[in-house]
Design a protein around this ligand. Structure first.
Ligand code: FMN
Length: 335
């Protein structure tokens, strides 16, 4: 099973899939990781913040990049710029047609393109014509409930030249509510010849096996299941290979991972380490003392601040006799 040579992929998450999370997920077995989505318009203005999103960590080999926008020429020229700039570091280019955020959709970007399939196809055609790398499209089940357009939309994207499609089994109007409909992913798989990547609600090895059985997808993408939980990739890879599940991380291992995440972020982002606050909340969720730690994490602005909170949590775990124990939340597949 393979989607352009990849099987289990860290999904793009704006504000989340930074260099640090990518490094840790690759270590745990993710076949490829997405950078945070980038605005074609922002790139066309040579916006430094936008360009920074594409910067790789030292030693990072390849990433997949996702572009958003709605103007075929701008998308094509910026895709070509990315390809030239990133060279061998670029695995493939994806076009975002699934983001439901109001500020994106109101401009005709993201999932709004599911309502304008001709324009969506023109974008795919233009980008394909501008780059050598594979071009894929990530979209949702459809725009609104009772309007499952994904299979037909997938066929249109394939006809326009897409080398693969990723489907998140929720409607745009659902945002992240309800559960992802995996049968929709199967219907997309049946509708096209190009590889299909399934996405939505894979949080454990068992989920991954179930999604593959239910949909026949060629690969899968994991987003929220990796938040504060890079181990999800070792669990999913083991399960898909039919191997026993690795032991869930202990409290000590969870905190050690959070510390490394903070260190990697600081090396890369310097003062922007405040980004670590949300990651830290995810790592410590469910640990003894986490409720108190949350308030303190929200005020951390240096590596030392984070380390101090992590030290306290370790002490708390020792007091509870939980230090070397498998983390209960992870063991229950709740993360
Ligand atoms: C914080 C956050 C940011 C996201 N940003 C993007 C994005 O930039 N591009 C995209 O295609 N999807 C984005 N998504 C959607 C995810 O890639 C994924 O499709 C969705 O969360 C369902 O997968 P999951 O159940 O594994 O989380 C984002 C999701 C979250 C929670």
């Amino acid at each position: 099973m393979s989607f352009l040579g990849y099987d289990v992929i860290l999904a793009p998450m704006a504000g989340v899939t930074d260099v640090a999370l990518r490094a840790l997920c690759r270590e745990q077995g993710a076949d490829i990781c997405f950078t945070e989505m980038v605005s074609a318009k922002g790139l066309s203005f040579a916006n430094e913040k936008t360009r920074h999103l594409l910067a790789l960590a030292p030693g990072e080999d390849k990433v997949a990049v996702q572009l958003f926008g709605h103007e075929p020429e701008v998308m094509a020229s910026q895709a070509a710029w990315i390809e030239q700039e990133m060279g061998e570091s670029l695995a493939y280019l994806d076009i975002n047609m699934g983001c439901p955020a109001r500020k994106i959709v109101s401009k005709g970007d993201g999932s709004a393109l599911m309502k304008t399939p001709d324009l969506a196809a023109a974008i795919v055609g233009a980008v394909k014509g501008a780059v050598q790398h594979p071009v894929t499209v990530k979209f949702r089940r459809g725009w609104g409930p009772d309007e499952e357009t994904a299979p037909q939309f997938a066929r249109q994207m394939e006809a326009a030249g897409a080398d693969g499609v990723t489907v998140h089994g929720r409607f745009a109007l659902q945002m992240y509510h309800g559960s992802a409909d995996w049968d929709c992913i199967r219907r997309v798989k049946e509708a096209v010849q190009v590889p299909v990547c399934g996405n939505g609600d894979v949080r454990s090895g068992a989920d991954a096996v179930a999604m593959r059985q239910r949909t026949g997808c060629d690969a899968m993408m994991i987003a929220r299941g990796a938040e504060g939980n890079p181990w999800v990739f070792s669990q999913v890879k083991a399960a898909l290979a039919g191997n026993p599940q690795p032991a869930p991380p202990t409290v000590a291992e969870r905190i050690a991972m959070a510390r490394r995440h903070a260190q990697l972020l600081q090396q890369r982002e310097g003062r922007n380490i405040v980004r670590m606050r949300k990651h830290a909340m995810w790592y410590v969720a469910g640990l003894p003392g986490a409720a108190n730690a949350r308030g303190r994490l929200n005020h951390c602005s240096s590596l030392e601040d984070f380390d101090a909170v992590f030290d306290e949590l370790l002490e708390e775990a020792r007091l509870h006799g939980a230090y070397g124990q498998p983390d209960a939340c992870a063991a229950m597949g709740k993360r």
